[in-house]
Design a binder for this molecule. Structure first.
Ligand SMILES: Nc1ncnc2c1ncn2[C@@H]1O[C@H](COP(=O)(O)OP(=O)(O)OP(=O)(O)O)[C@@H](O)[C@H]1O
Ligand SMILES: [Mg+2]
Length: 398
């Protein structure tokens, strides 16, 4: 691929924050010893070195809190590292936090000019590009409203539009693809390709593994402030997804969960043919998803449902026991339900499973556990090379 000069460099960067804890929780302890406030060092980045070459699109991935945004802030000099140094060559533009750099009381128009000026574009040039900026952002007449009245989607679209229209040599972007509707995401992707073809350097943070594999030349994976791996999207995503966990309890991992709680889903596992919990499946092979339940009082005609999402949250498919008429009149106590596949149809990648226990109308939720299990799919016996699911078609040449 590209072998231009290094234009973004971090050398042995560490960044710490002070976390303030109040140590004495009981009244007695407070009375006896007084309030003790303890500040603790927390290392958000630890000895990170990376380099990005001119013209590369470089991705940062990793779980929440792993230090990705902190890294971008250090690279764009919003934060100063405690150790190490950074170097960025050329004109920089950045879209970091939602609405960072926007003044809430000013109108969209005023913010475009203010922001553009901060990013180094002369007013005359901004005037020329103004319509294109507003057009790309799709904020329409809202451009003369104070941005505090904007939806989060509008905010980020306008911010992104300014950031890419100032002709940067290096563009830093944090999670822009997660916000905005499908059409805007498509526009962003087109814009990334355009910048890329123009030889610009892009450093982006994203949770979308499909964005990483489609857009990036190289990827860095962060975990707990450390750089775990830097390499091709394929290798890096594979290493990352191998560590993502299989069966998660909400309590430990803070996954979204809701419902009235008379019946609960207390464990979700993919099982191997031998009945062992597994976190990787083989495409085209048999697979079994097991949901363990606990129900206090008898539930009348309860329904179990499961759905599969891409890592960016896109729903691929869902199925329920009601769809197939597999609904008991009454259910109580502890037990499990199985969802089995003769030939698992997803292509290699990382996916999430969401499960639910609801009443027969599917309106009342007893327990919904969002993206409770993350799992990876290996090629297995599928022939398809790219995409999400196996069509399973047959070719014949006559
Ligand atoms: N200003 C701050 N003060 C204290 N701690 C902070 C500060 N900024 C970040 N942190 C902590 O540093 C760690 C890394 O945060 P960071 O925002 O870089 O993570 P991230 O990888 O971007 O996560 P996410 O995917 O959720 O955006 C987190 O534990 C976070 O709570
Ligand atoms: Mg972040």
């Amino acid at each position: 691929m590209t072998a231009g000069p290094v234009v973004v460099e971090a050398v042995n960067v560490s960044k710490k924050f002070k976390l303030v804890h109040e140590r004495n929780h009981s009244l007695k302890a407070t009375v006896l010893r007084g309030r003790r406030v303890v500040a603790e060092d927390f290392w958000a980045l630890r000895d990170v070195s990376l380099d990005v070459r001119e013209g590369e699109t470089f991705g940062l991935i990793g779980q929440n809190g792993s230090g990705k945004s902190t890294m971008l802030k250090v690279l764009t000099r919003i934060l100063t590292p405690n150790e190490g140094r950074v170097r960025v060559e050329g004109k920089v533009s950045a879209l970091l936090e939602l609405g960072a750099g926007f003044h809430p009381e000013l109108s969209g128009r005023e913010n475009v000019f203010l922001n553009g000026a901060i990013l180094g574009l002369p007013q005359s040039e901004l005037k020329k590009r103004f319509d294109a900026i507003v057009d790309f952002a799709g904020v329409g007449d809202f451009i003369d409203e104070p941005v505090k009245n904007y939806s989060s989607g509008m905010y980020v679209r306008l911010g992104f539009s300014v950031a890419i229209n100032v002709d940067p040599d290096v563009l830093f972007v944090d999670e822009v693809l997660a916000v905005g509707d499908e059409e805007f995401q498509r526009k962003c992707n087109d814009k990334f390709s355009e910048l890329r073809n123009a030889g610009k350097t892009i450093v982006l943070v994203t949770h979308s593994m499909s964005a990483v594999s489609n857009l990036c030349d190289r990827v860095a994976w962060f975990s707990k402030g450390k750089l775990m791996k830097m390499g091709s999207p394929r290798d890096t995503i594979e290493a990352y997804s191998a560590t993502t966990r299989i069966a998660l309890r909400l309590d430990e991992f803070g996954k979204a969960r809701w419902g009235s709680g008379e019946g609960r889903i207390v464990g979700v596992f993919w099982l191997s043919p031998g009945g062992e919990p597994i976190s990787r499946l083989d495409g085209g092979r048999p697979a079994r998803l097991r949901l363990h339940y606990e129900i206090d009082e008898p539930l009348i005609r309860p329904v179990f449902a499961a759905s599969i999402q891409l890592e960016d949250g896109t729903e691929l498919t869902s199925t329920s026991t009601r769809d197939v008429g597999c609904v008991p009149e009454k259910l109580q106590g502890n037990g499990h339900v199985d969802l089995t596949f003769d030939a698992f149809p997803l292509l290699p990648g990382t996916y999430n499973v969401t499960v639910a226990l609801t009443d027969f109308s599917r309106i009342h939720d007893y327990d919904v556990r969002k993206e409770i299990v993350s799992f990876a799919v290996d090629p297995g016996v599928l022939n398809e090379m790219s995409g999400i699911f196996a069509m399973g078609g047959k070719w014949e040449v006559h």
